[in-house]
Design a protein around this ligand. Sequence first.
Ligand SMILES: [Zn+2]
Length: 392
Amino acid sequence: MASPFRGRDTRWRGALAVLEEMRREPGVTRAAVVRRLGLGSGSAAEITARLRDLGLLAETPAATQGRGRPTTVLGPHPGGPLVVAVDLRQEDWRCALAGLDGRPETVDGGPHASRDPGRVVETVAGAVRRLRDRHGERVRAVGVAAAATVQRGGVVQASTLGWGKVDLGALAADSDLPLLVGNDATLAGVAEARRGAAAGAAAALHVTVEVGVGGVLVVEGRPVSGATGAGGEFGHLPFGDANLRCPCGAKGCWDLAVDGRAIARHLGEPPPDDPRTYAQAAIARAPTHPATADAVTRAATDLARGLAGLVNALDPDVVTLGGLAQPLRAAAPDAFEAALTDGLMTFRRADPPPVLAAVLGDDGALHGAALTALDDVLTEAGLNAWAARSRT
Ligand SMILES: [Zn+2]
């Protein structure tokens, strides 16, 4: 039997385009998709019917708006493809499921019982395996966001976890499921650029502060991450104190100038065990504690100086701030804006890119992991494989 998606006919392109719209904007209406894609009503009906038959799409009545004709909301089919999204953080992990609209729903997770990489991988792999056992071949790919440097699809260094190279292969649930691993800040940036604060930007720069700085330049929805995928390590640019050695091995890293470790150092306190929580507490008490306010202002200033350098180098049309970057900016807005403007080249100052708060919050990396896993499913080959499965 011929594949329903084989060939280069316009219906095939149309099917992928409709699913792409559903992923780009969860909850989108059929009327909006038809309008954006310029589809005739006949071909729209044909495409959606075929996608329904293949278990790829479901339609539910949309709330009526004005006097327009009634339309439907396009959503994932209740028996349709799923991807697993994993967020592997410094202190904990989460595991979520997403349908073709890429909206992750967290189903499992918890704090790391041990930082030992083998035990962490074993725990998370168990969760993925349970999802695979429960949902069978509906699970099509696994996306992993890791608080680590990722090269050629694998973790090569996680300074804050104290990890070197770690094999995440077990997260594919002992199967041949595609496993797509990315740095957490990179994937959060991808999500902000595709469906968050930078949606529609041609070149979006995402910068996040957790323990250190992470980020990515996303061009046309794709991360710019170098020859091996390990690019975007903005935290290890030498925007910091040249005398300080970073846990990454380099000296002078920006990482050490903008997070809880920096604030503690400015206050003459020892390095905190949990720099993120420490920074949050410092930002909260800064308004009533002048010494803390000074320390937070120094970190916010160093953040803005580095951002200006990245804007000069990368030429984004939007900048999004994730994690503690936005609270740092809000804690010292005048110092932040002054340092940002001072760091920009003259020609940029008249029309600098807007610097916006990320909107996906703590879920950004999980969204990015789901969206990236779906990149593997929403292809001609991916849909052909799904269609072949649904006939057996
Ligand atoms: Zn470093």
